[in-house]
Design a protein around this ligand. Structure first.
Ligand SMILES: Cc1ncc(COP(=O)(O)O)c(C=O)c1O
Length: 377
């Protein structure tokens, strides 16, 4: 099913639009998949569109129930309907969370990271400290002593990305407990972006929502989740925050105000269909992605100047190209592959590229062949 090569030309896909000048290059950058969404999602959208009236739409109980069930099934976390706030995107939610800070308060996060973690605080005129991710036992992680030392007196918010983008780390219970202890010690809120939670590829790693560690942690946590990466519906902008602390939820909603007034009705339709019926598709897509990842690992082994640490989740390979001694992003784009330039993920991203491998295997093979050729000439 995922082997089908679907022409996205004419759909204004961002993946194709941004680099129009490189017509012959294969886009392997922005984080969406070149696969069709589950059939149940397509059918639900068709049915809704056939209705023909597209007025303001409320979040319905059945949708929230489907999300509650999905989260329990996938992550063993028991949530309640009252904890959910739907928003039109996780990036919007990151900004909303930063908007909760007072004028003189700041946030702390890690770098390199999904760029909006660094821009969201700045959008709200709040300062952000970014602590470098470290290579620890062949995996991207955090030096927690360093992290703790970086907490400024005015810091009030930890922006956590778990699973981590870029790098694909799934933080262990021990690691999450360390973050939680720091949050408790310095009285910090946690905004945990868990958009990649359902895409754990490792058979050993398990995604743990940080809010599920204890009620004390949940009390200070805003968890951001979404079906958009999981079921490839990113263009519909479907997401929600899960906040068990009533006061914190009210503060989040206040910060949201009318900026994020309503949620797109098709986003709601697709989310419910995906959570109710997308389970088998999700298993299959993860299996396919695992096989694609193996191809990338083989490619890295054959090209010793490239390095890839353990990737536990996401379909985004964070490749260290520093040993090439050249601008790798430019080298590969000239070679016919459009990747994400590591520089765009902030300090520490220089010399890296990010390869999106959620594509039919035949296309991925061509991508890797082109990259290999680009390195060797
Ligand atoms: C960590 C992370 N958060 C958020 C997003 C985007 O979320 P949304 O499209 O819901 O705004 C992405 C997309 O790649 C991501 O990797």
């Amino acid at each position: 099913m995922f082997d089908e090569i679907i022409d996205r030309d004419g759909t204004h896909a961002l993946k194709l639009e941004r680099y129009k000048d490189y017509k012959e290059a294969i886009p392997a950058w922005v984080a969406d998949m070149d696969f069709k969404s589950p059939q149940c999602v397509i059918d639900a959208l068709k049915k809704r569109i056939e209705h023909g009236v597209f007025g303001y739409t409320a979040v319905n109980d059945k949708l929230i129930e489907s999300a509650v069930n999905f989260i329990r099934q996938e992550h063993g976390w028991d949530t309640k309907k009252e904890w959910f706030v739907f928003t039109s995107g996780v990036v919007a939610s990151l900004n909303i969370a930063c908007g909760m800070l007072k004028e003189n308060e700041s946030a702390v996060t890690t770098t390199p990271i999904y760029p909006y973690f660094l821009s969201a605080p700045l959008n709200m005129n709040r300062e952000v400290t970014a602590v470098r991710m470290r290579e620890i036992e062949n995996r991207w992680s955090v030096d927690f002593d360093e992290f703790e030392r970086s907490i400024k007196p005015n810091c009030r918010l930890i922006l956590l990305c778990n699973p981590y983008n870029p790098g694909g780390t799934v933080f262990t219970k021990e690691e999450l407990l360390k973050i939680a202890q720091i949050a408790l010690k310095y009285d910090l809120l946690i905004c945990s972006d868990e958009i990649h939670a359902d895409l754990v590829l490792s058979k050993i790693a398990k995604h743990i929502p940080i809010a599920s560690l204890s009620s004390e942690i949940a009390d200070r946590t805003i968890t951001l989740m979404s079906p958009s990466k999981t079921f490839n519906i990113a263009g519909l902008q479907s997401s929600f925050a899960v906040i068990s602390n009533e006061k914190l939820k009210a503060a989040f909603e206040k910060s949201m105000g009318h900026i994020n007034g309503g949620v797109n009705l098709l986003a709601l339709t697709a989310a419910q269909a995906a959570y109710e019926g997308g389970g088998v598709w999700l298993k299959e897509v993860k299996k396919y992605l695992r096989e694609n990842l193996k191809l990338i690992q083989e490619f890295i082994q054959n090209n010793p100047k490239l390095k890839l640490l353990k990737l536990e989740a996401t379909y985004l390979a964070w490749i260290d190209c520093r040993a090439l001694g050249t601008d790798a992003w430019k080298l590969f784009i000239k070679g016919g592959v459009i990747l994400n330039d590591g520089k765009s993920f902030g300090e520490g991203g220089e010399g890296f590229v990010r390869l999106n491998f959620a594509m039919p295997r035949a296309v991925l093979k061509e991508v890797l062949a082109r990259m290999e050729h680009a390195i060797r000439i």
